[in-house]
Each structure stands twice: as structure tokens, then as C-alpha cells.
Design a protein around this ligand. Structure first.
Ligand code: PRX
Length: 636
């Protein structure tokens, strides 16, 4: 178990107002939960048929015959792009605003469903002209700009599989992900704006593509207009392609099987190799749209703001796909929350009349540090719901968010989920009583439990492993190109029972509320970003001075965790401050700026078990001045 940012269960309750309960899509969680659990297949089939269009219906809701390779809506024909955009342009929503976008320098765009549909059709034709066909992978390396959304949807429309790589990753991390997906086409931009500076994304792409010659074509959206290298015959400007006759304004939507892949999203696991989590067209759209509608109570007049990055699952599910399926209006902001002043977010909430804000605990904590005067300068009365995701939220930050931002009116939806789950799993709904720091209870249709190693449910108040006991429609289908890893990672711990192991430790309290403690594996959450110790360690040992490395996460007030690295140097190398700086710079290029260790220490030995596995818990205890515990398995 980790000793991460755990806060003990409290008896502090927050109840929503009667008005919120009466107006919510779901007013009675218990009744809905019971209905869903009485027949999960009937429950999801009803949602699928009532809320979405299908080109052809399914023959079977859930196929368990080849578990854990579950299949949902077997035989159905669909395309998520049809439900996200095509169908809306035939209704009154045609002229509804799909996205309001603000760039960090202050430039703005308003994009209606009709305009979005046109851009997606045109870019889908561009991709086709580049030779992209159904099943091909397209890597996307972009920041929060509208072209990113057009690109993802254009891929979906023609049946290509997108692989969005977070724009904070380095050239090596990008190259590894390109190689794993074998993408021949990459879509990027010249640069992005962050804290008033240009992040030179295209330079990183140039280096990554040099390392990954599989890429044949690079499409570059214009954003920062700084000088970049354009390789003739390989690199093309997005806007120039969109002006060509080939970018005609209509592209037929590809008819997909419900189980055809929609996207790959790489995430960190226990080995250094990137793990491509695969999601599909059918079940994913049913689950993401249902969860968003019920948890954030999305109505037609809402202005929804999910402040995540589209490069992570939160952005895929809850900036791009689910809000569009629901026909909602979303807000997207390109840049940093404190730029140019720490009231940027609050100014935009006031100005655009944002009704729901969904962000991460780390963002809340950093905004909190600047004090109440910044939010208090703005009228935040448009807000009616708040949300958080990515790591446990400490009760203090929860209370600040509730009091200062939500003015004690807005319930906070603390949603626990993962890249692998596709959508919220343990989460409140607006009509549910809240306890600060608890993600509350499972979403209807989800059988979540906290169990010990043998699979027995642990008593209230005790730590255990979080498992999901029944399949759900937006579950990952496999690890791209590595089905054994899919089985081994998620299904082997409770093979007999057929349960999904999430990789988190958690507790249930006497009210059945779930309190997530943290990861049980070698995954570190830094500012909500998921990083694997192995990735950072292999980054460190790729430096010629480092013979061996061990990396751990240490609790941090602001970031949740920070990285500490212990390195054994190659004989004869002097471990001085200059080398520390050099190694930090090295990690910036090997993994990305988010993975730079807060501390690098040079050591002669690392605590290992007799089988050679590094005992991270010993390092962690030592770093925090805590007792190191049982050392009987320690080699030296
Ligand atoms: O440890 C849990 C933590 O984030 C992990 C999943 O990370 P990722 O796949 O990057 O997805 C993040 C966005 C969905 C989980 O295994 N986590 C996520 N949400 C919460 C959380 N921990 C506590 N409370 C949450 N609400």
C-alpha cells in the first residue's frame, strides 16, 4: 500500500439543496443503482437505444465468451462521429455553439455544430488524400486548440484510429508512441502558447520523426507563427490543405463495427514500454455520454468547462466525445491558469457564464495559494456544479473549492476513474450527499468493491484493493499489440473471480463511501499526471554517467507527489551539482518536463530484494524519515 495523500474518512456531510435534487437528471441514486444492477445488460441496452443512433442494431448486448476480451453491442454498426456531430446538423442544434475557445493571448473563436461538422468533413477528406484509410493509426501531438478536436473527429469519421500524445511529452516519448502505433501520418502545430511563451512543438516533432522514420507525412496547424522547419515532401500546413479542392465539405461517415477501435491512448504502467490503452466506437459512446449527463447533469443551456488537456483520457471523453454526443456547449481554454494573473480562470467563468467547472486537485491547490481575493473579484454566480479528477483531493482543498468558488451552493463531483475505464466509475451525482475527500459510490451498473489479496471484501475502514466485478461498456478492450499484457496487468490478480484490478488501494467507510488512497504499483501521480517509475528510471540510465536508478513518489502539498531519484553512478564519475542539472535536462528530453525529479541523490547502493527488485518502500520511508518496516527480504 502507498502512504500517499490519504485523508481518513470523516463524518462531515454536505447535502445538495432541494432545488438541485429536484432538477437533476437523477434524483434518486439508490433506485437507479438498484435498477441497473438487477440487469446490467438491459440497463445499458436501454441507454444505447434511447440516446444514440445506430446504423444497425446489435445482436447481443454483452459477449462474455472470450473473457476478459469482453465485447459490447455485438454486431451493431455505428460511428461515434455520427452521434457526436452528424446527427446534430439535422436538428435545431445545427446552429448551437459546440465550443467557445479562448487562446492564451486572448484571441477567441465560437464554433457551432454546423461549423464543427464542416471542419471535420473537410479535414477527413484531407486525411484520406494523405492515404489514411480505415484502421490506420494517426498520431496527434497538439495543444488545446480547435484543430486538435477537428483532427480527432476526422479520424473517427473515416475509421482511422487516433493516438493523441500529450504535448508535454518529449521527443523520445513521442517517438516511442509513434513506433508502437506505427503511424504514417502525424498531425501537429508550429507551437503553443503557455505562460506567455511559445512551446516549440514542431521542433520536438522534427526530432521524434527523425527517430521514427515510419512517419511519412506531417500536417502542421498554424498557431504561434514563429519560424519553423518545414521538410519538403513531408510537411504540409493544415490551413493550406484545408484550402485545396481535395478538402471538399462532405465526407461520408465510415460505417464501423461497435467493437472497431476508435483510439489508442498511451499511459504509464509498471514497465518502461508505453502501454496503448485501446477504446472502441460502440460501448465507449454509450458510457461516456451517460456518465457525463448524469454526473454533471448536463442540460442544453449549460456551458460546460472541462479544464483538462485533450491529450489525456479526461479530454478525450469529457472535452471531445461525451459533450458533443449530448449536444452540449463546451468551453476550451488554451493556456495556463495563472496567465497573466491568477484570476484568469475566474475572469473567464464570469465572462462566458460557465455553469460547470471540472478540474484537478492540483489546479485547485495552486489557485488556492494565491488567496481568495482573486476569485472574489469576479461574479461566479453562473456556476452550479463543480468537479475534480486525477488524484485524491485533500479535504482542505475540497472545502476551499466548495466555499470560495462554489459559494457553498455547488456540489462537487469527485470522480474516480482511469484511462482504462474510459469514463467515471466511482462518483457522486448532484443529488447525493458528499463527504470531502471521498469519490462516494459506484456509478449505476458498476459493481465496485474493496477486497484483500484472496478476494474477500474488507471490513469498513480497512485498506484493500479496488476491483470492478462486472464489465462495463467503456472498458479498455486490450493493450494495443499486447493482449498478454492486458490480461496480466488487469485480470490475472483475480483470475478465478474474473475481476478487473484497478491498481489503486482504497477503503470503504460505514456508509459504503469509497475513499481512494493511491496507487499500489509503480505509478506516480505528479500534478495528476500519470508517470511510471520505470519510464523515468530508463530515462536516467540512458545517460552515460548513470549505472542504475530508482525513482519514488514523495507526497507534496501542491503536486500530490513529486519525484525523488536515486542514482548509482558509473565508476569514476563525480556526482556534483552540475551533473544533477544535466540529468534533469536529460529527463526533460527523454520523458518530458513533467517527469523532472524534484531531487536527485547519488548513492552507492540501492535497497533490493534477493531477487533483485528495488524496494521502493524502503527508499520512501527513508526519504520521509519514517520507520522502514520489515527488512527481512532485503538483500543487503
Ligand atoms: O490513482 C487513481 C487516480 O488516477 C489514476 C488514473 O490515472 P489516469 O489513467 O491518468 O486517469 C486520470 C483521469 C481519469 C487512478 O488509478 N485518480 C483518478 N481520479 C481520482 C484518482 N484518485 C483519487 N480520486 C480521484 N477522483
Amino acid at each position: 500500500m502507498t502512504e500517499d495523500t490519504f485523508s481518513p474518512p470523516t463524518s462531515e456531510w454536505y447535502y445538495p439543496s432541494e432545488e438541485i435534487v429536484n432538477n437533476a437528471w437523477v434524483s434518486d441514486y439508490d433506485a437507479l443503482y438498484a435498477e441497473a444492477m438487477s440487469d446490467i445488460e438491459a440497463f445499458w441496452a436501454k441507454r444505447a437505444s434511447e440516446t444514440l443512433d445506430w446504423f444497425e442494431p446489435w445482436e447481443q448486448v454483452l459477449d462474455r465468451s472470450n473473457a476478459p476480451f469482453f465485447k459490447w453491442f455485438v454486431g451493431a454498426k455505428t460511428n461515434i462521429a455520427h452521434n457526436a456531430i452528424d446527427r446534430h446538423v439535422k436538428t435545431w442544434r445545427k446552429n448551437k455553439v459546440a465550443f467557445i475557445w479562448e487562446g492564451e493571448p486572448g484571441d477567441r473563436q465560437t464554433i457551432t455544430y454546423w461549423q464543427l461538422w464542416q471542419q471535420v468533413n473537410k479535414f477527413a477528406n484531407v486525411l484520406k488524400s494523405m492515404g489514411v484509410t480505415k484502421g490506420d493509426r494517426v498520431t496527434i501531438y497538439m495543444s488545446r486548440i480547435p484543430e486538435l478536436v477537428y483532427t480527432m473527429l476526422a479520424c473517427a469519421k473515416i475509421g482511422a484510429v487516433h493516438s493523441v500524445v500529450y504535448a508535454g511529452f518529449s521527443e523520445q516519448a513521442l517517438s516511442d508512441r509513434i513506433d508502437d502505433a506505427q503511424s504514417k501520418v502525424l498531425v501537429t502545430q508550429d507551437g503553443s502558447w503557455l505562460r506567455g511563451k511559445i512551446v516549440r512543438l514542431k521542433d520536438t516533432v522534427d526530432e521524434a520523426v527523425r527517430r521514427s522514420p515510419v512517419v511519412e507525412k506531417v500536417i502542421v496547424a498554424r498557431r504561434t507563427n514563429h519560424e519553423i522547419h518545414m521538410e519538403s515532401g513531408r510537411d504540409y500546413w493544415f490551413d493550406e490543405l484545408m484550402a485545396l479542392p481535395v478538402a471538399s465539405p462532405y465526407c461520408e461517415t465510415e460505417v464501423m463495427d461497435a467493437e472497431d477501435p476508435l483510439f489508442i491512448l498511451y499511459t504509464s504502467g509498471t514497465t518502461g514500454r508505453p502501454k496503448g490503452v485501446l477504446h472502441t466506437h460502440g460501448g465507449y459512446q454509450v458510457y461516456t455520454s451517460t456518465t457525463l449527463q448524469w454526473v454533471f447533469d448536463i442540460k442544453d443551456d449549460d456551458r460546460w468547462w472541462c479544464a483538462a488537456d485533450p491529450g489525456w483520457i479526461t479530454g478525450h471523453s469529457y472535452i471531445v466525445y461525451a459533450p458533443l454526443i449530448l449536444g452540449a456547449t463546451s468551453f476550451i481554454y488554451e493556456g495556463a491558469p495563472m496567465h497573466p494573473y491568477p484570476d484568469r480562470w475566474w475572469r473567464m467563468i464570469e465572462e462566458y457564464g460557465i455553469t460547470i467547472l471540472y478540474t484537478a486537485p492540483t489546479a485547485i491547490r495552486s489557485l488556492m495559494r494565491f488567496g481568495e481575493a482573486w476569485p472574489n473579484r469576479h461574479d461566479l454566480s453562473s456556476l452550479r456544479l463543480l468537479g475534480t479528477v486525477g488524484e485524491p483531493i485533500n479535504p482542505e482543498a475540497w472545502r476551499w473549492y466548495h466555499r470560495v468558488i462554489g459559494k457553498e451552493r455547488c456540489p462537487i463531483m469527485d470522480t474516480w476513474w482511469q484511462t482504462e475505464t474510459g469514463g467515471f466509475i466511482v462518483t457522486p451525482m448532484p443529488s447525493v450527499g458528499l463527504k470531502p475527500g471521498s469519490a462516494t459510490r459506484p456509478f449505476p451498473g458498476l459493481d465496485v468493491d474493496i477486497v484483500d489479496e484472496e478476494g474477500n471484501s474488507v471490513p469498513a475502514g480497512e485498506d484493500g484493493y479496488l476491483v470492478i466485478k462486472q464489465p462495463w461498456p467503456s472498458m479498455l478492450r486490450t493493450v494495443y499489440g499486447d493482449p498478454d499484457r492486458y490480461v496480466g496487468q488487469y485480470w490475472s490478480a483475480y483470475e478465478k473471480q474474473g475481476w478487473y484490478l484497478a491498481g489503486d488501494s482504497a477503503r470503504k467507510d460505514e456508509d459504503g463511501y469509497i475513499w481512494v488512497i493511491g496507487r499500489i504499483d509503480d505509478v506516480i501521480k505528479v500534478s495528476g499526471y500519470r508517470l511510471g517509475t520505470a519510464e523515468i528510471e530508463s530515462g536516467l540510465v540512458s545517460h552515460p554517467a548513470v549505472a542504475e536508478a530508482a525513482v519514488i513518489g514523495i507526497p507534496d502539498e501542491l503536486k500530490g507527489n513529486v519525484i525523488y531519484a536515486y542514482c548509482i553512478l558509473v565508476a569514476g564519475v563525480d556526482g556534483n551539482d552540475a551533473l544533477v542539472d544535466e540529468l534533469k535536462e536529460h529527463i526533460r528530453h527523454e520523458v518530458g518536463p513533467i517527469a523532472i525529479p524534484a531531487k536527485i541523490e547519488f548513492v552507492d547502493k540501492l535497497p533490493k530484494t534477493r531477487s533483485g527488485k528495488i524496494m521502493r518502500r524502503v527508499l520512501k520511508a527513508r526519504a520521509q524519515g519514517l520507520p522502514v518496516g520489515d527488512l527481512s527480504t532485503l538483500e543487503e
